[in-house]
Design a protein around this ligand. Structure first.
Ligand SMILES: *Cc1c(COP(=O)(O)O)cnc(C)c1O
Length: 423
């Protein structure tokens, strides 16, 4: 039997250690941990039966809503056959079918090879290691450095963190990890010398918008310029679409906004519709061919690579995209969100609002004291909205199935919370 809510909270505070969470505050007597027990669509329910709108898609993962009948049915069907089998030396039908469907999502099927892993960080490790190993075994071992951007975020494993440009997330990765040349923006690339260029293996970027940096938008047209630079210098272009993938920006992938196809793309968070940890790194036949020589095996993999259940969920999610015309239905929601954000932008203490598709950010003036963003999100919780700030940037990133009424309810909760905390 599941223990009652108070007992669950006690056990949590006694034995758990939560990610990105100051645990002294979490375990303090006054703090009531929110324990989520059920959900449907955009609505989450806690241990006491209180309901909340899922304002950040359960940390940027959920796509079609929770408890989706089609995804559920696909998982049940897959469970009736098998949950997981090894992908090292074996294959399985959902992984095969998903690879085909993912390849078909990109123009000209240029990204023709799919490598599975578990999460965004591992999808990035795969791209980085493949790029570096490619040059090593193609007679250009000097190409050992990856260009990454200031304030980038590519995950928390050591290698992925070393690519990141936000120092608190980099932690111990500063001392080791990949060789990284960090640049503030595109202009810096023009200042690289021939000697610099001879060392560059790849450029990695979050296309259109840097997520963990506080939903920072890149200038329009930048991806095309970056692509041209990469072609000119024969440098691999890696797109981290872990956050932007699967409709968030208004198109299936952020790279579609500028018609750019990179050499590697990392997909994770929304891949399974937000159901299960599964990631995919897609790359080109050119990169794949570089691994066909003797002794050129890509020695990398995880226990749950190609998870049958995960792939079945991803296939179901892609089917929902097609059958429910999910992308086509986003436009009115994005327009409504823009209108609602403009209203919020008029509040005192709101410095700026930003939007990219169904991703919205609200910068709050921190004049009222410490941790204003966190206090506003706590207040929003009392008004039935769950989300998580990035310092003093409030993030709204609902599941794509959100209705315009739900969007209005979400921004109303935020508006009340901002007014309560900031006055
Ligand atoms: C979340 C995120 C990652 C890391 O993904 P995990 O699944 O948390 O490992 C990498 N890149 C971007 C852009 C992300 O938003």
């Amino acid at each position: 039997m599941i223990p009652g809510p108070d007992e669950l909270a006690r056990i949590d505070k006694t034995h758990l250690w939560h990610p990105f969470t100051p645990m002294r505050e979490w375990c303090a007597d006054g703090h009531e941990p929110l324990i989520l027990t059920e959900a449907r669509g955009c609505v989450l329910r806690d241990q006491y039966g209180r309901e909340y709108l899922d304002g950040n898609s359960s940390i940027w993962t959920n796509i079609h809503g929770h408890n989706h009948p089609e995804v559920n049915a696909a998982l049940r069907e897959q469970l009736g056959r098998v949950a997981h089998t090894s992908f090292l030396g074996f294959s399985n039908p959902p992984a095969i079918q998903l690879a085909k469907e993912l390849v078909d999502l990109f123009p000209g099927r240029k990204l023709s090879r799919v490598f599975y892993s578990d999460d965004g960080s591992t999808a990035i490790e795969v791209a980085a290691r493949m790029a570096l190993q490619y040059w090593r075994q193609s007679g250009k071992p000097a190409r050992d450095t990856i260009i990454a951007f200031d304030r980038a975020y590519h995950g928390d494993t050591l290698g992925a963190a070393s690519l990141g440009g936000i120092s608190i997330f980099r932690g111990s990765a500063d001392a080791c990890g990949y060789r990284v040349l960090r640049v503030p923006g595109l202009d810096a690339l023009d200042f690289l010398t021939a000697d610099d260029l001879a060392r560059i293996a790849a450029v990695i970027i979050e296309p259109l918008i840097q997520g963990a940096a506080g939903m920072r938008l890149w200038p329009q047209g930048m991806l095309r310029v970056l692509e041209a630079w990469c072609r000119r210098t024969d440098t691999f272009l890696i797109f981290d679409e872990v956050m932007t993938g699967f409709g968030r920006t208004g198109k299936m992938f952020a790279c579609e906004h500028e018609g750019v196809v990179p050499d590697f793309i990392a997909l994770a968070k929304g891949l399974t519709g937000g159901y299960l940890p599964l990631a995919a790194t897609l790359t080109t036949e050119r990169v794949f061919d570089g691994f066909l020589g003797d002794g050129n095996t890509f020695y990398y993999g995880h226990s749950y690579c190609g998870s049958q259940l995960g792939c079945a969920a991803a296939l179901a999610s892609l089917r929902v995209f097609r059958e429910d015309h999910v992308i086509e239905k986003l436009a009115p929601k994005i327009t409504r969100l823009a209108g609602l954000l403009a209203e919020i932008g008029k509040l005192p203490h709101v410095i700026e609002t930003r939007q990219c598709g169904l991703i919205a950010a609200i910068d709050i003036d921190d004049a009222t004291g410490l941790k204003t963003g966190a206090r506003i999100c706590l207040a929003a919780r009392m008004h039935g909205l769950l989300t998580r700030p990035i310092l003093n940037t409030l993030v709204l990133m609902p599941p794509l199935c959100v209705t315009t009424d739900e969007l209005a309810a979400m921004t109303t909760a935020l508006r009340k919370a901002i007014t309560e905390v900031c006055g």
